[in-house]
Design a protein around this ligand. Structure first.
Ligand code: UT7
Length: 325
């Protein structure tokens, strides 16, 4: 009998401070940086983003999302035997955000670690959790994507600072004989490391290099459109399914144009794509679980439906998870 990883519950959290495009444009104008709501909406579909307070770390956002996912799943933190956090913006160099979340949830003992695959991080983390559940080494896993990208943005660079936001999303998985995750597909190609990166790092008590996000937007755009179709098709092939079997496409929320183009390639109508990028911008590893939780809670996603989750980001990394909800 095959063991599946089934989603028991989802949760998400967005920090209180919400900035519309107009709010952000007004703040940037004070520093002589020119942008507009029209440009941001037309090129990206983003209308607003949330920024964490100085007092918050990614672990705080992750903990809020985790609490909601645990409540939705109807289990307690002590029932977990695995915690994985996908993040590129950890509170500290170490220890991991996952161990902080574990402590915040008032539990101890189970393995807890972070995964760093930038905007594909949640897909990587979900795939690792699924492998551990299938192998029998875990029965109940908490998988979180949490980011505070506002800390690594250059607010003098209008080509990047309008695109990203902060947030967290979480799922609780349980080993089940009922279908859950049907297929997964992961990839990376390090030759593209320079098109999306934060080159600076901690060195001997200071920062060496530029600790802000650098992106060649057009190069990322072109690569993203191609690999998102490829990885969706690869997961479908592994599950002997076709694009017609997908009820909901939940792509990484970076740019509405990338999502629409992927849907078109998969012959899916736009109303089958869960879009939340308009409300929180690109939240990197948090964007897919944020979109998933939104569509679960507003009733669009129903039990028994087939979901295609897919991510793409720095590294270059990309991948997909096909699942029965
Ligand atoms: O999370 C990982 C995945 N990341 C992504 O998927 C991002 C992928 N890339 C993109 O989404 C798009 O490439 C961007 C949204 C980043 C840029 O859109 P674009 O249509 O490729 O614009 P562009 O870079 O070609 O810029 C067009 C113009 C330029 O002006 P000129 O040279 O034509 O005069 C830019 O200087 O838009 C200008 N521009 C802006 N204008 C107002 C760039 N940023 C802004 C801005 N406000 N914020």
């Amino acid at each position: 009998m095959r063991i599946y990883s089934r989603i028991l519950g989802t949760g998400s959290y967005l920090p209180e401070n919400r900035l519309t495009n107009a709010d952000l444009a007004a703040e940037l104008a004070q520093q002589g940086v020119e942008t507009s709501d029209e440009w941001i909406v037309e090129r990206t579909g983003i209308r607003a983003r949330h920024f964490a307070s100085d007092a918050q770390g990614s672990s705080d956002l992750a903990t809020e999302a985790a609490r909601k996912a645990l409540t939705a799943a109807g289990i307690s933190a002590d029932d977990l035997d695995l915690i994985i956090v996908a993040t590129s913006t950890p509170d500290m160099v170490f220890p991991s955000v996952a161990t902080m979340v574990q402590h915040n949830l008032g539990t101890a003992g189970c393995p807890a670690f972070d995964v760093q695959a930038v905007c594909s991080g949640f897909i990587y983390a979900l795939t690792i959790a699924d492998s551990m559940i299938q192998s029998g080494s875990a029965k109940r896993a908490l998988v979180i994507g949490a980011e505070i990208f506002s800390r690594i943005l250059d607010f003098k660079d209008r080509t990047t600072c309008v695109l990203f936001g902060d947030g967290a999303g979480a799922v609780v998985l349980e080993a089940s004989e009922q279908p859950g995750i049907l297929a997964t597909d992961l990839h990376a190609d390090g030759k593209y490391k320079d098109i999306l990166c934060v080159p600076g790092h901690v060195n001997r008590g200071g920062i060496l290099g530029d600790p802000v996000l650098k992106m060649d937007g057009q190069a990322v755009f072109k690569l993203a459109v191609g690999v998102l179709e490829d990885t969706a098709r690869a997961s479908l092939a592994k599950a002997n399914m076709s694009d017609a079997d997908i009820d909901w496409l939940i792509p990484h929320q970076a740019n509405i144009r990338i999502m629409q183009s992927t849907a078109k390639k998969l012959k899916m109508s736009a109303d089958k794509v869960v879009v939340t990028v308009d409300q929180h911008g690109n939240t990197s590893a948090a964007s897919i679980p944020l979109a998933l939780d939104t569509a679960v809670r507003d009733g669009r996603i129903q039990r028994g439906q087939t979901l295609m989750l897919e991510g793409v980001g720095g590294g270059f990394t990309w991948g997909s998870v096909l699942l029965r909800y």
